[in-house]
Design a protein around this ligand. Structure first.
Ligand code: FES
Ligand code: FES
Length: 149
């Protein structure tokens, strides 16, 4: 049994310690906003925050996150109010199919937490998530909008 705190709620998870956090979240905790893309930490669609740090949950075992605070896309809005990154995403029509977007948003939230006014170079080096729909230009515009919100 592993104790996790996900989006402010405690969960006791009965799973093999090697189970990737992604599958713990989706299948044990029931939060399916975090998506499986590649399974090898390459695409970023599974990005969540672990103690405030963006991590690719497909490649983080349950044993590594025991007792830590995990935030998923479902935990970003506070008291029914969307995070400014979510608002910018809507204003700039960023998502197309949407599959990569929860991971993209979680990565961007961490970037803005660390660098409130990122340059294009900061965005290029920090946001390495892959979007098969090619929303990269809209992502960039929305990041700057959120930074100025
Ligand atoms: S599914 Fe985790 S990085 Fe692609
Ligand atoms: S919006 Fe479709 S993969 Fe990114």
């Amino acid at each position: 049994m592993a104790a996790l705190n996900v989006n402010g709620r405690n969960h006791d998870v009965k799973a093999d310690p090697n189970t990737p956090l992604l599958w713990v979240l989706r299948e044990h905790v029931g939060l399916t906003g975090t998506k499986y893309g590649c399974g090898i930490a390459a695409c970023g669609s599974c990005t969540v925050h672990v103690d405030g740090i963006a991590m690719r949950s497909c490649s983080v075992p349950l044993s590594a996150v025991e007792g830590k605070k995990i935030t998923t896309i479902e935990g970003l809005a506070q008291n029914g109010v969307l995070h400014k990154v979510q608002k910018a995403w809507i204003d700039h029509d960023v998502p197309q199919c949407g599959y990569c977007q929860s991971g993209m948003i979680m990565a961007v939230v961490e970037l803005l937490n660390n660098k409130p006014k990122p340059t294009d170079a900061d965005i290029n080096s920090s946001i390495t998530n892959i979007c098969r729909c090619g929303t990269f230009q809209q992502v960039r515009e929305a990041i700057h909008a959120a930074a100025n919100a």
